[in-house]
Design a protein around this ligand. Sequence first.
Ligand code: NI
Length: 182
Amino acid sequence: MSIRQLTYLGNPILRQGAAAVSDVHASDMQTLIADMIETMQAEHGVGLAAPQIDVGQRVIVFRVPEGRGSTEILEPQALINPEITVLSEEIELGWEGCLSVPKLRGIVPRHAHIGYRGLDAEGRLIEREVRGFHARVVQHEVDHLDGIMYLDRMKDVSTLVMESELFRFLPPRPPAPEESSP
Ligand code: NI
């Protein structure tokens, strides 16, 4: 396993869209997933999409840490060829950051309730119905596979702030950086 170099906003691969994975069992796929999880953890992120390490394939990894308003904690999980189904009209606003856009946070509207499906690292079908932070991180990462950045989803760019100023907007408990950069 190794930590891969991240790609940053401005790198064309983040805008190109990623190709479907045809062989989940290829040995390089196992290496890719292991490296993505290691890189996500090393960068204190909660999610990472393959284009963020310069790989144009439809693979994401993510986790749901404690204290994000979800009852369920999810250990780092890979999802290959993910698909999202919107399950309600409800939209929630929440702060997001991105490892490919360092030091910034912004308020992003997301669907509050989604279903998702895809394959795990062993090629098994995963199907879940999720809400809140879990739904948010999956939408953020799947967007990366379609060349979409969270900045594109923002409705009010005046909410784009430096991480170091975020405490002004979340008075009681500013999140530590390691908790919320997908
Ligand atoms: Ni991101």
